[in-house]
Design a protein around this ligand. Structure first.
Ligand code: NDP
Length: 593
């Protein structure tokens, strides 16, 4: 089939126009923190609070965060023989993002076989290619039980301060705990602090409202496993936001509400999902020893352009890379210019297909026009769904497009956009999470390291680590994150699994050899940062993109922004590098004492 010739200059112009409409001077400051009068949005609707005595004891490792990061680190530490691993989480159980996000339709967007960690170790077969949230939450609990991580865990507990005492950290929490730990690992998650849009009048609304990460099933009826939300049958509901969360919950709301208004500032790109149940026979055939590591490496290789003979996952994520590779293969000469043009061509083609899909699915041409995304696919988080666009064909579901400006005002009785008030009984904020704000602000605590230096001071000009894990001046403290390591955003758990393994090997080495402390040298940290900054930066976001959290809402962060990068040669190369580094048992750059 021959493709229609694209007017690339017209597309570039359109992308710029759409971006410019959305640029605003307040950047991240447009959002509200959920403190003070908004604090109730953060209440835990899922687990009752229980009293307990404060802890004043000592453990070998404390882990901040009981999501995937904390769980995989805890699991590897247990495997390394560390018995007293204490995971601390503000939630009432393990799960992290999957504890909080129980909105209807929540499911993983990256194939379960690579997204859900420790499948092979725990012997779990995901029931679907893209598992739904209850199964993922249950898997978190499975990991907790399998590795005995519940024994020392502290739930509904927030760390408020970490202080280095020499040879150990003092951990203080909001429950009055003041215990010590030799090592601390921090897996606080990249997107865990919900935010609200700073819309005038937001506090005036007299109806019901909540954030998607604290879904109020008592109000809506239904449950996270998809039972119909029967209490919405006579309700007019507004959803504010059309990001990855809204894309997943809107189809369920559309079926349940009397009237649903979806308030859109920027459309998401919504590609085909193609979910399907896992065939146990097929799974048995792939789940041979070492299978999950092979799948992880294959998915990452497909993502980052490293050669892979077969695409095991075969989905929208790997399709992006397959197309780029095909374009590159057509080139006679590989230069930065020809490669950039090949990337752009492949993106134009992909986005034209995604826009054509909107026309094919959405019956009303005006609504279809407004649901089309005019930016490069990796400017904003790509979405995949087979029921979202279809929801706009239901008679009670209305798209309220704000032409890039956002909701104007909230009144006592409704939501105003483009000068028109839509009266509603309930406002649901699908407005996302803090990104790009300081680590200590998102963590809710600061670290006071060696010589009384605070992490917030150390990072005043941006994050500086070695491998994304170690910070000079903060001995025995480890970060469990994607940034400054592989930076693989299409499958965050792969970063975490590798970081957890690395940390467990370092702790194991220190304990085996009787070292009290381990710290990255200044030289090694500086050399790592220099290496990171020598690379091409990140493919996501960028100044030409429509604003969003991928590009700090369109505001240039300078060096601070540049520091949110990964290994210059890509994620596969990083994982190979870190495997060699930790296996060498010399842990170059770290000082054990
Ligand atoms: P996002 O930050 O992606 O989306 C927030 C939405 O709110 C955007 O559509 C934004 O518009 C909109 N918004 C903000 N302010 C206003 C306003 N004043 N008026 C109208 N609309 C407004 O949050 P999500 O919770 O959707 O997703 C966050 C991230 O969490 C995802 O990108 C993804 O990484 C992760 N996630 C992962 C899932 C998975 O893997 N299964 C599922 C869901 C989320 P605009 O785009 O213009 O800023």
């Amino acid at each position: 089939m021959t493709r229609p010739v694209l007017d690339k200059e017209a597309l570039r112009r359109k992308y710029r126009q759409e971006r410019d409409k959305r640029l605003r001077p307040d950047g991240n400051d447009q959002y509200l923190r959920l403190t003070g009068r908004f604090a109730h949005y953060l209440d835990d609707p899922y687990t009752p609070w229980t009293e307990r005595e404060p802890k004043t004891d000592h453990v070998t490792v404390a882990v901040v965060g009981g999501g995937f990061a904390g769980l995989v680190t805890g699991a590897r530490l247990k495997e390394a023989g560390v018995d007293d691993v204490r995971i601390i989480d503000k939630a009432g159980d393990f799960g992290g993002t999957w504890y909080w996000n129980r909105y209807p339709g929540a499911q993983c967007d990256t194939a379960s076989y690579v997204y859900m960690p420790l499948l092979e170790e725990t012997g779990h077969m995901p029931t679907e290619k893209y598992a739904h949230a209850p199964e993922i939450l249950e898997h978190c609990r499975r990991i907790g039980k399998h590795y005995g991580l519940y024994d020392h865990a502290l739930f509904h507990t927030e760390v408020v301060d970490l202080e280095w005492l020499g040879g150990r950290w003092l951990v203080r929490t909001n429950r009055g705990d003041a215990f010590t730990t030799q090592f601390v690992a921090m897996g606080i998650g990249p997107l865990h602090v919900p935010k609200l849009p700073g819309i005038p009048g937001i506090d005036d609304f007299r109806g019901h409202s909540f954030h998607t990460s604290r879904w109020d099933y008592a109000y809506t009826g239904g449950d996270p496993s998809g039972a119909p939300m029967d209490r919405l049958a006579d309700k007019r509901v507004a959803v504010i936001g059309t990001g990855a969360t809204a894309v997943q919950c809107v189809p369920h709301l559309a079926r349940a509400c009397k009237v649903l208004y979806v308030f859109q500032r920027t459309p998401s790109s919504v590609d085909v999902r193609g979910n399907c149940p896992t065939d146990p026979d097929w799974f048995a055939s792939i789940a041979t020893p070492g299978w999950q590591q092979r799948w992880l490496e294959n998915f990452t290789a497909m993502q980052t352009g490293a050669a892979a003979e077969e695409d095991l996952v075969m989905d929208g994520w790997t399709d992006i890379a397959r197309r780029v590779r095909a374009k590159l293969n057509e080139l006679d000469e590989l230069t930065p210019e020809t490669m950039r043009a090949a990337f752009e061509d492949s993106d134009f083609e992909k986005m034209e297909e995604i826009r054509a899909r909107v026309d094919a699915v959405v019956a009303d041409p005006e609504t279809a026009g407004k649901l089309k995304a005019w930016y490069r696919q990796l400017c904003k988080r790509p979405c995949f769904h087979d029921e979202y666009l279809q929801a706009f064909n239901l008679p009670g579901t209305h798209l309220v497009d704000t032409d890039g400006k956002g909701v104007e005002r909230i009144t006592q009785t409704g939501v105003v956009a483009a000068g028109r008030e839509h009266e509603v009984d309930c406002v649901i904020y699908a407005s996302g999470f803090e990104v790009g704000t300081d680590f200590t602000r998102r963590a809710g605590y600061d670290l006071t390291g060696r010589d009384g230096v605070r992490l917030s001071e150390r990072w005043a000009d941006g994050m500086r680590t070695m491998h994304g894990i170690h910070v000079h001046g903060f001995p025995n403290a480890f970060l469990v994150q994607h940034s400054q390591g592989a930076n693989l955003l299409s499958n965050i758990p792969h970063n975490l699994v590798e970081a957890g393994r690395t940390i467990a090997m370092i702790v194991g080495h220190a304990l085996d050899h009787g070292f009290a402390e381990v710290e990255v040298t200044k030289e090694a940290e500086d050399a790592w940062i220099e290496l990171l900054l020598s690379g091409p930066g990140t493919l996501l976001g960028g100044p030409d993109c429509t604003p969003g959290y991928y590009n700090n809402e369109g505001q240039d962060l300078g060096l601070r922004g540049w520091l949110n990068v990964g290994y210059p040669q890509g994620a596969s190369a990083y994982f190979a590098y870190i495997d060699r580094w930790r296996s060498s048992n010399t842990f170059d750059g770290l000082e054990f004492r």
